[in-house]
Design a protein around this ligand. Structure first.
Ligand code: ADP
Ligand code: MG
Length: 325
C-alpha cells in the first residue's frame, strides 16, 4: 500500500461517523457488525462508472451523494432501514481536493440516514465507485419484486422523468433548470416511504432504468402483466408545460428517477395514501396488474403507446435479451 493510498484511507476514516453496532470499522482486514436479533440483513451493491452512470462533468460532491443514493434506493425498495456501507474507489489519481469534495456529498447523505461507512478498497484506475449498502428489516417483512398479484393497483412515489430530461439536456450541452439537474445529481432515496409500505404493498421495485422496464421486472418475477395510463403519470412543475407526447418518453422510459413503484390491493388505497402522507411523499395510482405478461402503456384515448426508447441496457443484444442492467 502506497503512502498516497494510506493518506486517502485516513482522510476517509477521519470523516466517518460511527454507530454503536459497528464493533470494528475501517482499519482491520474486515468490519465486525452486530445485527440485532429478529432482524434480517438486506445487502445490495451498485457501481457508478464515469461516462456511463454520470456525465464526466458531474461535480465530485454529487458523485459522492449519488453513489450512496442509488444503493439506499435499493434498500428502500425492500423496505429496509439502512445501517452500514462499504466504498470501493477506483481513482485515476489520489487527488486530495477531489476526495474531500466526494466525501462532502457522500457523508451528507450517509449522516441523513445514519449509515456508517465500515470499510472498502482503494485502487488506481478509471474513475469508478462501487458501494455495498447493508440494511435491516424485521424477519419476513421485506418487500419483493415477486409479490404483485392480478387486480393490484400500480403506484409510484414522487414525479417521473425529471432526471432523464436533465440528462438529455446535459448530453446535448443545453442549459438545464436547477430543479431538473438536482433530480439527476442528487436523487433522494425513498427510505421513509419504503418503511411505511411494509405490510401494505405487494410487489415493489425502485426505478433506476425507467418505469416500463422496471415494472417489467416486477411482472416477470411475479408472473403477471401490467397496464399503465400515461396521462396519470405524476409530473413535476418543470416538465408539466411540455407536450405530453414528449415528456412521456422521459417519464415512462427514462432512467434515474429513483422513485418507488409498487403494487397493492385496491382495498388498501386509503392505507397507501395515509402511509405515504405520513412519510411526506406524494404517491400516484398509475395503472393496474393484470393476468398475463408484459407491460402495456395507454394514451388519453386508450390507444396502446410505444416508446421510442426502452430502458437503459448496458449489454444490448439484437434479440432483445440483456444482462447486467
Ligand atoms: P487490505 O489489504 O486488507 O484489503 P486495505 O489496505 O485495502 O486492506 O484497506 C485498509 C483498511 O481501510 C480496511 O479496513 C479497508 O476496509 C479500509 N478501506 C480501504 N479503502 C477504503 C475506502 N475507500 N473506504 C472505506 N474504507 C476503506
Ligand atoms: Mg484492500
Amino acid at each position: 500500500m502506497s503512502t498516497a493510498e494510506f493518506d486517502l484511507i485516513d482522510r476517509i476514516r477521519a470523516r466517518v461517523r460511527q454507530r454503536d453496532d459497528v464493533v470494528l470499522g475501517i482499519g482491520d482486514d474486515a468490519a465486525l457488525l452486530q445485527a440485532p436479533p429478529g432482524m434480517q440483513l438486506v445487502v445490495t451493491a451498485d457501481t457508478l462508472n464515469a461516462g456511463v452512470h454520470f456525465p464526466e462533468s458531474t461535480a465530485p460532491a454529487d458523485i459522492g451523494w449519488k453513489a450512496l443514493a442509488v444503493n439506499l434506493s435499493d434498500l428502500a425498495a425492500m423496505s429496509a432501514t439502512p445501517a452500514w456501507c462499504t466504498l470501493s474507489l477506483s481513482l485515476p489519481e489520489a487527488g486530495e481536493s477531489w476526495i474531500e469534495a466526494f466525501l462532502d456529498g457522500f457523508t451528507q447523505l450517509a449522516n441523513q440516514h445514519e449509515v456508517a461507512l465500515v470499510g472498502g478498497d482503494t485502487t488506481r484506475g478509471p474513475l469508478s465507485i462501487s458501494v455495498t449498502a447493508m440494511g435491516l428489516i424485521e424477519t419476513g417483512c421485506a418487500l419483493r419484486r415477486d409479490r404483485a398479484r392480478a387486480g393490484d393497483d400500480v403506484w409510484v412515489t414522487g414525479t417521473l422523468g425529471d432526471a432523464a430530461a436533465a440528462l438529455e439536456a446535459v448530453l446535448a450541452s443545453r442549459e438545464v433548470a436547477a430543479a431538473l439537474r438536482q433530480r439527476l445529481d442528487r436523487p433522494a432515496p425513498r427510505i421513509a416511504a419504503g418503511r411505511r409500505l411494509a405490510g401494505i404493498a405487494h410487489g415493489c421495485i425502485d426505478l433506476s432504468d425507467g418505469l416500463l422496464a422496471d415494472l417489467g421486472h416486477v411482472c416477470a418475477r411475479s408472473g403477471v402483466g401490467a397496464e399503465i395510463d400515461l396521462p396519470s403519470l405524476p409530473v413535476s412543475i418543470a416538465l408539466a408545460a411540455l407536450d405530453p407526447a414528449q415528456r412521456w418518453h422521459w417519464q415512462a422510459s427514462g432512467g434515474d428517477d429513483y422513485e418507488l413503484c409498487f403494487t397493492a390491493s385496491p382495498r388498501n388505497r386509503e392505507l397507501v395514501m395515509q402511509a405515504l402522507d405520513f412519510a411526506e411523499i406524494a404517491t400516484t395510482r398509475i395503472g393496474r396488474i393484470v393476468a398475463g405478461q408484459g407491460v402495456k402503456a395507454f394514451d388519453a384515448e386508450g390507444r396502446e403507446w410505444q416508446s421510442i426508447r426502452s430502458g437503459y441496457e448496458h449489454f444490448p443484444s439484437p434479440k432483445g435479451t440483456s444482462f447486467g442492467a
